[in-house]
Design a protein around this ligand. Structure first.
Ligand code: CA
Length: 229
């Protein structure tokens, strides 16, 4: 089983299918969940409707170009970090892209390692406001070391269990639907029914809550799950 290093979800909007697929495959190998749109119309729709943590946006796109997508999503209040892909020497694209709310750009052709480095910076920048340790009652989730403790007791979780717990912890006090959870932890191809989510939640619950008077993981009937102290 592939280790889940991040629960981050990246949207790739790129009409060169070969490039889009290489990027998708490479990012998935790094543990990201990846959605791909091959034209601007799909890209705009997905940028506005899917909850991505980062958008990699090609500028030259059929139907709706990248700059238009960028302006529209920012106007719609979507604050997701955007990394633009531009053609070599397209200086005006870079400038107007940054002016329109892009966070960074990368010139084609690029090395995959360079793309990864930029992504890490953007995702870190986005999450740095939060400390790496989340505390909920006496639960302690360290997002840097992936160490989980309840009180002084260390709790051992599998990679997927940890990913799910971290998602709940980051969204503490917020009810997460099974769909939201599956979208943030699994790929589209990982066709999972909500029973699988329930199984994982119950496993975490057994490790975190069993034997404690204060329960932290709560089921909200018909809505999903929430972690709160
Ligand atoms: Ca293109």
């Amino acid at each position: 089983m592939r280790e889940v290093k991040e629960t981050m979800r990246i949207l790739v909007v790129e009409d060169e299918k070969a490039l889009a697929n290489i990027v998708k495959k490479g990012l998935e190998e790094e543990g990201y969940a990846v959605d791909v749109a091959y034209n601007g119309e799909d890209g705009l729709f997905m940028a506005e409707n899917e909850s991505s943590d980062l958008i990699i946006l090609d500028i030259m796109l059929p139907i709706v170009d990248g700059m238009t997508i960028l302006k529209k999503v920012r106007k719609a209040g979507v604050g997701t970090p955007v990394l633009m892909l531009t053609a070599r020497d397209a200086i005006t694209d870079k400038v107007s892209g940054l002016d329109s709310g892009a966070d960074d750009y990368l010139t084609k052709p690029f090395h995959f390692e360079e793309l990864l480095a930029r992504i890490r910076v953007l995702l870190r920048r986005d999450s740095e406001a939060k400390t790496s340790i989340i505390r909920i009652a006496d639960l302690h989730v360290d997002m840097a070391s992936h160490e989980v403790k309840r009180g002084e007791k260390q709790i051992l979780l599998s990679a997927r269990e940890y990913a799910l717990l971290e998602l709940l912890a980051v969204n503490r006090n917020k009810v997460l639907s099974r769909t939201y959870i599956s979208e943030h932890i699994y790929d589209d191809e990982f066709d999972l029914d909500s029973n699988v989510i329930d199984v994982f939640v119950n496993r975490i619950r057994n490790k975190i809550d069993r034997g404690y008077e204060t329960k932290l993981i709560h089921t909200v009937r018909g809505a999903g799950y929430v972690l709160k102290g």
